[in-house]
Each structure stands twice: as structure tokens, then as C-alpha cells.
Design a protein around this ligand. Structure first.
Ligand code: ZN
Length: 244
């Protein structure tokens, strides 16, 4: 069974990585031995970009997905002859797109600090991201939330990951902010994304990609707070200043 080493988990800044093709998957998919492309999951879309073959040819990567068993990562390729298993290729992530995802994704973590309510849904996007909260009262003010976010960004807290055991997670149920998604089990360890000294600003299980310091998020604002059902509030984040 093909297994891919998820290199993006250890270093989210690997825009380029050399890898070996292990197998073909479906019509246009290849499985590689290690991967800097993020596979779609946790509300964050799969990475796009290109692969570079030994002869210099480039083939577009249109999407990145987990294989069925989640052990393999599959790069979905555009037009061109697929590289054969055993071939070495260079994986180039569409970095401007992915870096925006990292900034947005980290901003969503900060939003759960400013708005400490159970999260019922999340989606990371290049231009807009959203978080759904189980929050009956609609008195949350988007200007105040935007200001609180800006403060956390400007304080430039470091963002880092650590691994804890399933038992440690069980002993700290407050780490899980999602009301309906449990962190994946089975490997005996859980990846925690921490913000601030010793994770003092925030700590939560997450398998996504994040920036190294909150200042990298840059200017961001709450564009909209929508009512989606009786107890559900949807917060939409966008880059740039809050429009006057
Ligand atoms: Zn995350």
C-alpha cells in the first residue's frame, strides 16, 4: 500500500520539494513518496501548482486529495504524459495561492480566540474564509471583532505545532473547539497548532497549514456576520481594511 510522507506538516513553507512517483491512481492521479502539497481537508482546499519532470516538462496539478485510506496523497494532474512510477519529479506549489490560505487559516484560529464559541463549520478560501459558530445572540459587532483580530495580528505571536498523545487530548477536552468534528484518531498522537508563548493565545488540534508568526496574516477584517439558523452565526473574513 502506497504511503506518502506529509512534508507540509513539518514545514508549511516548503514551496518546492523533490519526490518519487510511487503509483498511478485513477485517470490522472499520481501518488508520491513525500509531499509538500496540502490535500483537501478540514475546510482547507487542496493545493494546486505543477510538477516538473526529469526532462524539464511541466504538468499542472489541478487538485490534491487524500487516497481512500488517507495514507497516500494523490496529485491530480492536467494534460501531459504522466511520469512513470519510480521517476523523480519536483513538486512546485502555487505559492501565492497557498500563502493566502495559510494567512487565512491562521486568522480563523485567531477568530476562535476573539469569539470563543463552539465552531460548527469552517471553510478557508483565497479571498474569503468563513467560520460558523453556535451562537444564539447576534450582538457581536464586526468592527469590534476586526479590531480584536488586528491586535492579535500586530502582537506578532509565534505559531508552532506540537504533538500530543490521545490520552493528553482526552485529559484536555477544552482544546477541541469544533462542536461536531473530532480530531482523527488511530495513530496514537494528535497534532496541535499553538499560538503564542507555550500556546498561551490558542491551542487546538489541526492538520492544516499556518503562517509562522501572526503578523504575516496582514490586514484582515470581518466582512459580514450572517444569521444561518436559530443558533448559527456565520463570520466571513476578508483581507484588507474594514471598508468604511
Ligand atoms: Zn489550523
Amino acid at each position: 500500500m502506497a504511503r506518502t510522507e506529509a512534508a507540509y506538516l513539518d514545514d508549511a513553507y516548503l514551496s518546492t520539494l523533490e519526490a518519487r512517483v510511487l503509483a498511478h491512481e485513477g485517470e490522472r492521479g499520481i501518488v508520491v513518496d513525500r509531499c509538500n502539497f496540502y490535500p483537501a481537508g478540514g475546510g482547507q482546499p487542496g493545493d494546486t501548482g505543477s510538477i516538473e519532470l526529469g526532462d524539464g516538462r511541466q504538468i499542472a496539478v489541478t487538485d490534491t486529495r487524500y487516497g481512500e485510506d488517507r495514507a497516500a496523497i494523490v496529485l491530480h494532474l492536467g494534460d501531459g504524459d504522466l511520469p512513470a512510477p519510480g521517476e523523480t519529479v519536483v513538486l512546485h506549489v502555487d505559492w501565492p495561492r497557498r500563502y493566502k490560505m495559510m494567512r487565512m487559516h491562521t486568522a480563523l484560529h485567531l477568530l476562535t480566540v476573539v469569539c470563543p464559541y463552539p465552531v460548527t463549520g469552517a471553510a478557508v478560501g483565497e479571498d474569503e474564509s468563513r467560520l460558523d459558530f453556535d451562537l444564539p445572540d447576534a450582538d457581536t459587532d464586526k468592527d469590534e471583532v476586526t479590531k480584536a483580530l488586528a491586535r492579535l495580528v500586530a502582537e506578532n505571536h509565534k505559531v508552532f505545532t506540537r504533538w500530543i498523545t490521545d490520552e493528553e487530548l482526552d485529559a484536555n477536552p477544552g482544546l477541541v473547539k469544533s462542536a461536531n468534528v473530532r480530531p482523527p484518531r488511530g495513530t496514537g498522537r494528535v497534532r496541535v497548532v499553538a499560538i503564542g508563548e507555550d500556546g498561551g493565545v490558542d491551542s487546538q488540534p489541526c492538520g492544516g497549514t499556518h503562517v509562522g508568526e501572526t503578523q504575516e496574516i496582514g490586514e484582515i477584517h470581518v466582512a459580514k456576520i450572517e444569521k444561518k439558523g436559530r443558533t448559527n452565526r456565520r463570520f466571513r473574513l476578508r483581507f484588507g481594511r474594514l471598508p468604511a
